[in-house]
Design a protein around this ligand. Structure first.
Ligand code: B3K
Ligand code: ZN
Length: 883
């Protein structure tokens, strides 16, 4: 396998001005013809034209209407090379044959539930025809689709429908033209038996846009929330960024077999069904929220990704980090900003921080890759979004908007780089962003330590920061980063202290806004050691550090437990109020883990219990916030903080605290369950989803005790549930403990929902993630269950992915979990390398565990690497994990 480097980027020698595609969709094979107008980038250049192609059979190739002579081209398994193309602009016509029916990789053209669909990002277009399959080659496309009319009544592609009609032999055709230039990765085609939910949206300039969401007929009733989400996203992008939709038609198609969540193909978004279909009976609040976010995300790509795209795949975060940031902001504005921030930061800590500390660590703009698919990561996406968020923190909303406006003004219709985005932000604001670009090139999560001191005579309060970025593969020496730290100061009774001026680098900076003191200020930490001194501070304050999680770092402060309890009770920054509780929880869990390892008795700090009791009882707090605040950090997050990760100890401690809280806060949890029931029909609005979230967290605590009374309470909740949120929450609560109740309710749930594959996936994943001892055998059996299918990614993510997310069973000391995954990865790799590679990633942190487990995991990685015909996808993850 060959590694590709950012530093080797070269502009293409040829551009494609227009691409006319024609598809004859058949049951055995599909014939693809393409007619491309090719121009040399530099007039008179005589470079060969290298086209990418994979698993495509070449039927013919013509240049300017003449068959190309054998000596003028060269064909190998990955390329078609025109060795002596004409010197000026010319017409290239290629005919290929492909077999979508046998394409289990789900990239290129494939079949899902009898329908044809495509997935081209990143490099799937080359599985359709020979092409310069790179994002800096942008062209105007037409697409003619011909197929059997009964089997494939609906024929869709990008842009506008120009022509359609019937043909002989029961066939029909459609001709689509996309007026916008695009790279091949945004091409899409869908053909099948689908029906649409139709609606319209009037843009701010008065253009009427037809909106259509396509699914099999029986699923149409479940598309209402997706349509609502789409319209909300269109309106939000106009209001917040002044960005309007640019065509008269916007299509979304839902397909059950899809590697990722969704794809932003120009005007023809293709979605994994689970991110479109929802009804109160079958989808949870979590599903509703995910649909809102992802429908928004793909729609927002129309500007950040499609109108302005990436020069090369190393720049992926240019569109993904930015678009994730945009979808996060959208969801915040549609719900609770604080709770959304908490959820996003938890995700970052649980998944991205571990990646940044492991063998696959890479900067948000990687320096190299073997297989690009492996770099659609939490680092490129979620850390990328944090980097975009820091611009907004530094430049404020209005400055950020100016930067966005300039970015579109400069680059609409272009394929650009992360520096271009940076330059637009800087230039629009005349800002000094000094070494901010290091966020794009340095991997690893910065460690920042802060020491505070108060000087009562001078009435000053000092914060001394020191920072360091850990070494990561290929990057041993790091430079100090530019870190915006949002800080507020609290009095001992919890009030915000007005901030007027801060000394830094020997100068006194006034931080007033409109002549008024501020309550939060942004400290720009950008040296290895950096000190900031607040002036006019009349008492020793409690600092509220990194408000809103203003930078993706690990912060270590000298706050005492007393300070943290005070922040938990009073901080005016909702995020930091939650964070204070989390810091306390992390400390508590780590110290109990040490006790557990030394066989000391486990005792829960009563102050911690009282802190949570106050939160639960506080009627002024948002219920969803309370639900988050009483949820302990995940086991992965704690293992990530340990010298040697000990899954058994972490699991035992987390279970102990949960049970202890359930016992000591039983009255509070019981009344929470009782007071938050509702007989009203389901609505997905903040008040109701917050109510359900809190009730179900309380129920889970209570049911963790496993006694009969509380199990019966959960059973009653299960039986009386009128929506999936409550039903599956009650099921999960009961299923925490092995026993008859668990078995019965799991069986009942399956029998109720066996016809709904999305609900069945919840049933699979709930069992897969279970921490009941020896669960690997149960998961093995589920592999053989009629509802499971190794070719469907959602099912693999639910069952195999779910299993690997359960630390105790995946990391079982007998190696059964590792062996299970090793075997499955090899089977999966033959069908779908992208999915196999996502699964093998569960091994990548193997060095974090004890020697015994290390040996077992290593054995599996070696077994995988030794297999014949291993995909590049799995090879890259497995070999880098072992390196
Ligand atoms: N851009 C797509 C990702 C496709 C990845 C294919 N390996 C989804 C998204 O981020 O919107
Ligand atoms: Zn995206």
């Amino acid at each position: 396998p060959r590694e590709i480097f950012l530093k080797d980027y070269k502009m293409p020698d040829y551009y494609f001005d227009s691409v006319d595609l024609s598809f004859l969709l058949g049951e055995e094979k599909t014939i693809v013809s393409s007619k491309i107008i090719v121009s040399p980038r530099i007039e008179g250049n005589s470079h060969p034209l290298v086209l990418d192609g994979r698993d495509v059979k070449l039927l013919s190739v013509k240049v300017d209407d003449k068959d190309l002579k054998e000596e003028d081209f060269h064909l190998d398994s990955h390329h078609l090379t025109l060795t002596r193309p004409p010197s000026g602009t010319f017409t290239l016509e290629i005919v290929t044959e492909i077999c979508p029916q046998n394409n289990t990789s789900l990239e290129g053209l494939y079949k899902s539930s009898g329908n044809f669909c495509t997935q081209c990002e990143a490099e799937g277009f080359r599985k359709i025809t020979f092409f310069q399959d790179r994002p800096d080659v942008m062209a105007i496309y037409t697409c003619r689709i011909e197929a059997d009319k009964t089997l494939y009544p609906v024929l869709l592609s990008n842009g506008n429908l120009i022509e359609q009609g019937d043909l002989e032999g029961g066939k029909h055709y459609a001709l689509w033209k996309d007026p916008f230039k695009k790279p091949s990765y945004l091409f899409a085609l869908v053909a099948g038996q689908l029906e649409s939910r139709d609606d319209t949206f009037i843009t701010s300039s008065g253009r009427e846009v037809s909106l259509r969401i396509w699914t099999p007929a029986q699923d149409l009733p479940k598309t209402a929330h997706a349509m609502y989400s789409l319209k909300a996203a269109m309106k939000w992008d106009e209001e917040v960024f002044g960005l309007e939709y640019d065509l008269d038609l916007f299509n979304i198609v839902a397909v059950p077999d899809f590697n990722m969540g969704a794809m932003e193909n120009k005007s023809l978004n293709i979605f994994n069904s689970k991110l479109v279909l929802a009804s109160p009976e079958t989808a949870t609040d979590g599903d509703y929220a995910a649909i809102l976010g992802v429908i928004g995300h793909e729609y927002f790509h129309n500007w950040t990704g499609n109108r302005v795209t990436c020069r090369d795949w190393f720049q992926l975060s240019l569109k993904e980090g930015l678009t994730v940031f945009r979808d996060q902001e959208f969801s915040s504005d549609m719900g609770s900003r604080t709770v959304k921030r908490i959820a996003d930061v938890s995700r970052l800590r649980n998944f991205q921080f571990p990646q940044d500390a492991g063998p696959m660590a890479h900067p948000i703009r990687p320096h190299s890759y073997i297989k690009m698919d492996n770099f659609y990561t939490v680092t490129v996406y979620e850390k990328g979004a944090e980097v975009v968020r820091m611009y907004k923190t530094l430049l404020e909303s209005s400055g950020f908007r100016k930067g966005m406006d300039l970015y579109f003004k400069r680059h609409d219709g272009q394929a650009v780089t992360c520096e271009d985005f940076f330059a637009a932000m800087r230039d629009a604001n005349d800002a000094d962003l000094s070494n901010f670009l290091l966020w794009y090139s340095q991997a690893g999560t910065p460690n920042v330590k802060v020491v505070s001191s108060y000087n009562s005579e001078a009435m000053t309060f000092s914060l001394k920061f020191s920072q360091g970025v850990p070494a990561t593969p290929g990057q041993h020496v790091k430079e100090p980063m530019f870190i915006p730290v949002a800080v507020g100061l609290l009095t001992s009774s919890g009030e915000d202290i007005p901030i007027t001026s801060v000394y830094h680098d020997g100068t006194l900076e006034t931080v007033m806004e409109n002549g008024q003191p501020v309550f939060t200020t942004i400290l720009k930490v950008n040296k290895k050691e950096d000190e900031f001194v607040f002036a006019n501070i009349a008492e020793r304050p409690i600092p509220s550090l990194l408000r809103g999680f203003s930078a993706p770092i690990r912060l270590d402060s000298d706050l005492t437990d007393e300070d943290l309890f005070s922040l938990l009770a009073h901080d005016s920054d909702g995020f930091n109020r939650w964070e204070a509780g989390q810091i306390l929880s992390r400390k508590l869990m780590l110290s109990l883990v040490a006790d557990f390892q030394q066989s000391n008795p486990l005792v829960l700090n009563p102050k911690f219990v009282e802190g949570l009791r106050t939160i639960i009882r506080d009627p002024s707090l948002d219920k969803e916030f309370i639900a988050k605040a009483v949820t302990l950090p995940g086991e992965g997050e704690i293992m990530d903080l340990m010298e040697v990760a000990d899954p058994d100890a972490v699991h035992a401690v987390r279970s102990f605290i949960r049970k202890e809280l359930a016992l000591q806060l039983k009255e509070e949890f019981l009344s929470t369950v009782i007071n938050n029931r509702s007989s009203e029909p389901y609505t997905f609005d903040h008040e109701n989803l917050a109510r359900r979230a809190l009730k179900n967290v309380a129920l889970a605590y209570l049911a963790s005790l496993g006694d009969e009374e509380l199990t019966n309470l959960a059973l009653d909740e299960y039986k009386s549930a009128t929506n999936m949120t409550d039903q599956v929450a009650a099921l999960a609560a009961i299923a925490q403990n092995p026993g008859l109740a668990r078995e019965e309710v799991l069986l009942d749930f399956y029998q109720k929902w066996s016809d709904d594959f999305l609900v069945v996936n919840k049933w699979l994943s709930l069992q897969a993630m279970s921490d009941i001892p020896g669960n690997v055998a149960n998961v093995q059996n589920l592999l053989k269950h009629p509802s499971f299918d190794l070719r469907n990614p959602n099912k693999v993510y639910a069952l195999v992915g779910g299993f690997c997310a359960s630390p105790v069973n995946f990391h079982a000391k007998d190696g059964s979990g590792y062996k299970f995954l090793g075997d499955i990865v090899l089977q999966l790799d033959k069908l779908n390398p992208q999915v196999a590679s996502r699964m093998v990633s569960a091994f990548s942190r193997w060095r974090r565990f004890d020697d015994y487990r290390q040996a077992l995991a290593k054995e599996q990685l070696e077994k995988i690497l030794a297999a014949n015909g291993l995909s590049e996808n799995v090879y890259e993850i497995a070999s880098k994990s072992l390196a």
